[in-house]
Design a protein around this ligand. Structure first.
Ligand code: OGA
Ligand code: MN
Length: 294
């Protein structure tokens, strides 16, 4: 099957038709989608009625799946889904929306901040693949920004200043910025900060991206307030209209994005309604700090 890809407005999101991802797509189908990811950065598919097993099988076309351990405060005994499926829903084990003050819900509200998935891991994620099993009618959009275009648009002095900067990323910083800081000693240890380059190079296209994320809380060698103010400025720059796309979900939409070249967030919605979103994540294969200067 050769999928057809059509560019949506800002140019970094492709809408794909003519392919059923629930069935094996073969090496050619996988290569076409991977090439589409490298050219765009976000691909949108419609009407993909996945089971969890089918979603995992499709995702494995692009690398090994990332295990969800270490990425949230949900105890294994409280998980709805298998450990290779990130539960991005607002649901508890009883499949009902979590209470407003539920700790898991409050932690997950961090997804409303611009981020790149697993930037808090030493080897951060390659692709994320999100399936809208039950979507909400209003709000709950997933928004994306193109960090290649945002990097390209910086002035030369800023490019030179940030070229070799290293940031510290942790869930402690992103959640802390929302006032969620009642973490246990075990959680604090699990969320120990990791280092990431602020400018990263895509291994296939060679293009540079700003590697921003709400998980970034420090720049090595900088005073913390100066680092946070600068990261905020860069994020403000990088999330302007010309770099931005908002996806309004229809049931059974499936969206995949490259975490190396984009940031994303979810918009607020009525959390008394069921929103069942399930994500598979293709693990990264390298640390960004090990990246050779281009
Ligand atoms: C994610 C995420 C966005 C959403 O799946 O990584 O940030 O729309 N979720 O729920
Ligand atoms: Mn995310």
């Amino acid at each position: 099957m050769t999928p057809n890809i059509r560019a949506l407005n800002t140019g970094f999101v492709g809408e794909v038709s003519g392919i059923d991802l629930t069935q094996p797509i073969g090496p050619e189908g996988a290569a076409a989608i991977e090439a589409g990811m490298d050219r765009y950065a976000v691909l949108v598919f419609h009407d993909q009625r996945f089971t969890d097993e089918q979603q995992k099988a499709f995702s494995q076309n692009f690398g090994e799946l990332e295990h969800t351990a270490g990425g949230n405060v949900t105890k294994a005994s409280e998980k709805r889904l298998d450990p290779y499926m990130a539960d991005v829903s607002n649901l508890g084990l009883d499949h009902k929306p979590l209470a407003r003050d539920d700790r898991k819900r409050m932690f997950n509200l961090g997804n409303q901040l611009w981020h790149s998935d697993s930037s808090f891991r030493a080897k951060p994620a390659k692709f994320s693949l999100l399936s809208g099993r039950v979507t909400v009618g209003k709000g709950g959009n997933t928004q994306f920004c193109d960090m290649r275009a945002a990097y390209d648009a910086l002035d030369d002095a800023t490019k030179a200043e940030i070229e070799d900067l290293i940031c510290e990323h942790s869930l402690i910083y992103s959640r802390g910025s929302l006032g969620f800081d009642d973490l246990s000693p075990e959680e604090m240890a699990m969320f120990a900060p990791v280092r990431q380059r602020l400018v990263r190079v895509h291994p296939v296209t060679g293009r540079k991206s700003l590697y921003l994320s709400s998980h970034a809380g420090k720049i090595i060698g900088w005073p913390v307030p100066e680092a946070r103010a600068f990261l905020r400025d860069l994020t403000e720059h990088a999330t302007q209209k010309q770099f931005f796309h908002s996806h309004a979900w229809q049931q059974h939409d499936f969206v995949m994005w490259d975490n190396r070249t984009t940031v994303h967030r979810v918009t607020r919605f009525d959390d008394t309604q069921v929103r069942d979103m399930r994500r598979t994540t293709v693990a990264g294969d390298r640390e960004t700090v090990a990246q050779l200067a281009a």
